[in-house]
Design a protein around this ligand. Structure first.
Ligand code: WT7
Length: 646
């Protein structure tokens, strides 16, 4: 392997940043040496209704397993994201909204945000929602999505945002899992010029989730949608009847803030639960340091609020810091492939944060669509969601950032709340493709499959040895699953599910998931979920799903499908199965390749040998390893011979 490129920190970046390398090392060391003191100071960045006296109380050991931060403090998230800014920046813009149509944008000041969120909170109250109730939010990327989230936090309700690209079936499962009685949606969504029938999807979902008694429908397009009497209300009608003042509910630091469902290697998606105090401290702090956020800057994270990236870096981190956050309804290639860069120029964006898959897709169109825009306002660009290949990193740095903006690569997970490994722009020499070094107080380590520590330059499984304030606290309704999923494999440690290499400089290079979780276009999807969607089709006997390298998506979805006896394989049937998966889960889980498999490679005890299936999907068939333990080794020959694309 050739030596990786190293891009040192120019003195001017170090000078303008909060933290240079000397300060990074000092702060990191002090956080590790005395977490209580370090995080005690960091907690002061928020306004507390009741100050905390305890800071950290955590143990990853089974005997006394618990994670609590700032536990005796009380605060309100919406007050921290809105009210406390009113005096100093009430008339500053909190949210810039850029519509799907480039002629459609708006600005919401902090004062306006306050009124909107209070009104939304009062509508929720009027509909009977109270502290601790779960509210499902299934919305397009419009300001009301943020209002709805913040309104929940204002009254102490727990939101569960479900990405608008998920199917009615997935939505129903998420509603049922957390037993939410209230759903907030819009009549329709608009993305890339296409209409998404959100309310109709909710109606379909509620046929399988009968516990919902209240649906609040925000008007986006004004299309007539069916409304069920007594259950459904038009948001604007309700909002007109309530006050624009609503006192924030004091919440304990460890009260639940939100649930966000994410896929694991087994079973149905887990409801990752984050709590109030620690999450907001950590979201605000990472937003400040990693993006080197300075007062008055305009921050754009291109994620959807349906993912954790949108929660932390569109809504909670930026607003807690009084920033101007940009919310974009559209897609990178509509109406043209210059859209991102045009939006940056239009709104004078200073920080731009996106995913490698978007960068790779835009790279295909060459430099011209980028270079025809100025991007003079840009100061820093960031990436998240999957390992970024050095080619894409360098294109991003040179073409988008004109080699003058630091690229921050941020490694994190839904479970971690905010970024844990990533370069600080004034402190860390960049190596394209490496997430680089841990954030203050984060203790990553590498272990082998037996859990033995690997020192120095090494490759292994990425674990975290101690807690941080933004860590998830439980799997909603299944605390046992929380422990079993993350703390059972390597006792006393949090297991990330990622493989990782550490180089001689102590830099971390995430190599991807080591479990049966795929990362498709930066979206996490469990192979087990796709398999169960496939076998839901009556023609399918069995299915096994693996990932394979995909130029744009990072990983593509490769499905081996065994049909029931008597069913004739055909291209029509492949299309039907793809539709089945889209219907059961959503378009993000759409199979890229289906291969008919007369049999699957199984051990004598019936376990599918995915290692072999992965190698066939990757077209790495010269060395399939030991197949002698298979019940029927000949199935492998058939799969190799009929490999899709072979
Ligand atoms: C998984 C978490 C964090 C918000 C978006 C995804 C992968 C995430 C990086 C990165 C390499 C990354 C990991 C992780 N991942 N960021 N910068 N470099 N890999 O959240 O859906 O919970 O997925 O995404 O594999 O475990 P998520």
């Amino acid at each position: 392997m050739s030596d990786p490129v190293v891009i040192p920190v120019p003195p001017e970046w170090a000078a303008r940043a909060y933290v240079d390398d000397v300060k990074y090392k000092a702060m990191h060391a002090s956080a590790l040496a005395d977490p209580e003191a370090f995080w005690g100071v960091q907690g002061q960045r928020l306004d507390w209704i009741k100050p905390y006296t305890k800071v950290k109380d955590t143990s990853f050991n089974e005997a006394d397993f618990h994670i609590r931060w700032y536990e005796d403090g009380a605060l309100n998230v919406s007050a921290n994201c809105i009210d406390r800014h009113l005096e100093t920046r009430g008339d500053s813009v909190a949210i810039i909204w850029e519509g799907d149509d480039p002629n459609n944008s708006s600005q919401i000041t902090y004062r306006e945000l306050h009124a909107e969120v209070c009104r939304f909170a009062n509508v929720l109250k009027k509909r009977g929602v109270g502290k601790g109730d779960r509210v499902t939010i299934y919305m397009p990327m419009i300001p009301e999505a943020a209002y709805a989230m913040l309104a929940c936090t204002r009254i102490g309700a727990i939101h569960s945002v479900v990405f608008g690209g998920f199917s009615p079936e997935s939505l129903a499962n998420r509603i049922k899992d957390c037993d939410s009685k209230t759903v907030i949606t819009a009549d329709e969504g608009v993305r890339g010029g296409k209409i998404i029938p959100l309310k109709a999807n909710v109606d379909a979902a509620l046929e399988h989730a009968s516990g919902v008694t209240s649906v609040i429908v925000v008007t986006r397009t004004g299309a007539g949608v069916s409304m069920q009497d007594g259950r459904d209300v038009v948001y604007e009608d309700e909002a007109a009847t309530v006050s624009a003042e609503c006192a924030p509910e004091p919440m304990s630091a460890e009260d639940p803030l939100f649930i966000l469902y994410t896929s694991g290697s087994t079973g149905k998606p887990k409801g990752v639960l984050h709590t109030t105090g620690g999450y907001l401290v950590y979201a605000a702090m990472t937003h400040q340091y990693i993006f080197d956020y300075k007062d008055g800057e305009i921050f754009w994270c291109t994620a959807d609020v349906g993912w954790v990236t949108g929660h932390t870096y569109i809504v909670y981190g930026p607003l807690a810091n009084g920033a101007t956050t940009l919310m974009f309804e559209g897609v990178p290639n509509y109406p043209t492939v210059s859209r991102f860069w045009e939006v940056i120029d239009k709104h004078k964006v200073n920080t731009f944060y996106t995913a490698p898959t978007a960068i790779r897709a835009l790279m295909r169109d060459g430099e011209e669509p980028v270079k025809r825009t100025s991007r003079a306002s840009l100061r820093l660009i960031g990436t998240v969601g999957e390992p970024i290949n050095p080619e894409a990193w360098l294109w991003y740095y040179r073409t988008v950032g004109d080699s003058r903006c630091p690229v921050v690569d941020t490694w994190w997970q839904t479970e971690t709340g905010a970024s844990l490994i990533g370069n600080l722009p004034g402190a860390t020499a960049m190596k394209p493709g490496s997430a680089t070094r841990p954030f203050f107080g984060i203790k990553p380590a590498l272990v082998d499959d037996k859990g033995e520590f690997l020192d120095g330059a090494a490759s292994g499984n990425l674990v975290l040895l101690d807690s941080w304030p933004g860590q998830m606290r439980t799997v909603y309704g299944d605390h046992k699953r929380f422990f079993e999923t993350y703390f059972r494999t390597y006792p006393g440690m949090y297991f990330t599910g990622d493989g990782c290499r550490r180089d001689e400089d102590g830099y971390y290079w995430i190599t991807g998931r080591v479990d049966d979780v795929l990362n498709v276009s930066g979206h996490r999807i469990g192979t087990a979920e796709i398999e169960s969607a496939l076998v839901a089709d009556t023609k399918v006997a069995e299915a096994a799903v693996v990932g394979y390298p995909h130029d744009i998506k990072g990983q593509g979805i490769y499905c081996y499908v065994t049909l029931k006896a008597g069913v004739t394989p055909s291209d029509d049937l492949k299309r039907e199965l793809i539709q089945t998966v889209r219907r059961e889960i959503g378009p993000t889980a759409s199979p890229d390749i289906i291969q008919w498999a007369p049999g699957l490679p199984k051990t004598r005890s019936g376990k599918i040998m995915r290692r072999i299936l992965r190698k066939i999907a990757e077209n790495d068939v010269s060395n399939l390893g030991d197949t002698s333990t298979l019940a029927d080794p000949s199935v492998v020959d058939d799969l190799v011979a009929n490999r899709a694309g072979a």
